[in-house]
Write a protein that binds this ligand. Structure first.
Ligand SMILES: [Zn+2]
Length: 138
């Protein structure tokens, strides 16, 4: 695991709207991701820049958005030994964008939760904080 620090608070840590680039394994076309990740620490916290870096590293190369989403949730839960993790990913897939009218606006949304984020109140707090209307191309 990357560098961690002792946790002072058992509160939700969110790294929101990380942009990352990947490749759709079906069509080998680019995907632009907007990724928000969160976890609630037990003993260790991960630096914010490390969270962004983790997102970018895992997004790279041909892989399914669903796999990316679940792997991020898994790492932030199991490797970090947190109380729980949540991941929300919007993917702008060039293979979809190339398919004509309206489709260029379509984004694939995936999410995954582990641990305490399985509780509805915690999950809703996370989603309320990361899901915002689109104002940019992504
Ligand atoms: Zn595709």
């Amino acid at each position: 695991m990357a560098k961690t620090f002792p946790a002072k608070y058992g509160e939700m840590v969110i790294s929101k709207h990380n942009t990352a680039f990947g490749i759709c394994p079906h069509h080998l076309l680019p995907v632009i991701y907007r990724v928000s990740v969160a976890y609630i620490p037990t003993e260790r916290v991960l630096g914010l820049s490390k969270m962004s870096r983790l997102v970018r590293l895992l997004a790279r190369g041909p892989r399914l958005q669903e796999d990316l989403t679940h792997e991020l949730a898994e790492i932030l839960f199991n490797k970090l030994e947190s109380q729980g993790s949540a991941v929300y990913v919007e993917g702008l897939h060039m293979c979809m964008a190339a398919r004509g009218v309206g489709a260029h606006e379509a984004r694939l949304v995936t999410s995954a939760v582990r641990g305490v984020f399985l509780e509805i109140a915690t999950r809703e707090e996370f989603l309320k904080l990361v899901v915002t209307p689109h104002t940019t191309v992504l």
